[in-house]
Design a protein around this ligand. Structure first.
Ligand code: ATP
Length: 298
């Protein structure tokens, strides 16, 4: 892998237990993320996904390990890392334009008002909210509010976009169209994204790599699944691709069964948390994988 933009190294989070001792939620989590990559994190409730995202955002401190962004260890929140939460978290007394402009002005305090306005308008247009600039959040649907959150995050042009189940509170139709928009925008702008989801189909549509976590406590990265569907995949025909069922069944099987039994699965094989197994469901083995083992030299 070329030098990653983000490097999660030996991350762990422990909390004090009632009655003494500590619970380790997750441990020894290592993950490099390349610039422009879309990474989804999947795992059962309680394995520590939100905690990892909060550490990446600088909103929480790990008990061990570090996160390096662009060669520097992070030590707190930064406008380099924008977060989109499940709830849109807009300022209710501000209009759409003001909500987006507020974030842009924090990032670019030296910009003149008209420059900020033109910049915000570009992102409001990108999420298809043209004409709603003067509306306040109470006048918007759930999907529109989430679009404002996305426009606001993109408008600050962060090094990394962090999303915690951003579409989970939306109806299926709105969710689908917003997923399409996010994919279109992130691909066009080569945005680096780290997203938590419980939705396998969402991960298959959006992610380049899907990171699978075992169940907590003491959760770890079990596997990294490379998306074997074509880069130009579309929601409408994704299921027609030859690798679709292999990929989907692999993810489903992990969530239903292997997330619980992973510890016994690796017992015999060994496990290196720095290099969790990488799998490509449905893809032909690469030359390296098919190469016969070399004879031992004297
Ligand atoms: N402040 C805290 N004190 C003690 N335990 C905590 C605290 N915050 C989180 N936890 C525990 O850490 C574990 C991981 O929480 P986290 O929200 O990161 O999980 P998650 O995988 O995102 O879950 P979900 O999918 O349900 O959102 C949970 O068991 C939770 O109870």
């Amino acid at each position: 892998m070329t030098k990653p933009l983000i490097s999660i190294e030996a991350l762990a989070r422990r909390y004090p237990k009632h009655g003494g001792g500590e619970t380790t939620v997750f441990q020894d989590v290592w993950l490099p993320i390349r610039k422009g990559e879309f990474v989804c994190l999947i795992g059962h409730s309680g394995c520590g996904k939100t905690t990892i995202l909060n550490v990446l955002a600088g909103l929480d401190q790990p008990s061990a390990g570090v996160v390096i962004v662009d060669g520097r260890e992070i030590s707190g929140p930064s406008l380099d890392r924008a977060v989109i939460f499940q709830g849109h978290s807009l300022l209710p007394w501000m209009t759409v334009m003001q909500n987006v402009a507020f974030a842009v002005t924090s990032r670019r305090p030296d910009w003149r008002k008209d420059k900020v306005r033109a910049h915000c308008q570009k992102y409001i247009d990108v999420v298809h909210l043209t004409g709603s600039e003067h509306k306040k959040p109470a006048e918007l649907s759930g999907g529109m509010k989430q679009r404002v959150g996305i426009a606001r995050a993109l408008a600050i042009e962060p090094k990394m976009l962090l999303m915690d189940e951003p579409f989970s509170a939306l109806d299926a139709l709105t969710r689908g169209s917003l997923q399409d928009e996010v994919r279109r925008i992130c691909t066009a702008t080569e945005q680096t994204v780290f997203m938590i989801t419980h939705d396998i189909d969402e991960a298959m549509l959006l992610a380049d790599r899907i990171v699978l976590m075992t169940n907590g406590p003491e959760a770890k990265i079990a596997e990294i699944v490379e998306n074997t569907l074509p880069k130009d995949r579309q929601r409408t025909d994704i299921h027609k691709h030859a690798n679709y069922y292999a990929l989907r069944n692999h993810l489903l099987d992990f969530l239903v069964t292997r997330s619980k039994t992973f510890a016994s699965e690796i017992g015999a094989k060994g496990y290196d948390p720095r290099h969790p197994p990488v799998v490509r469901p449905g893809a032909k083995p690469t030359a390296v994988e098919t190469e016969p083992p070399k004879a031992a030299s004297a």
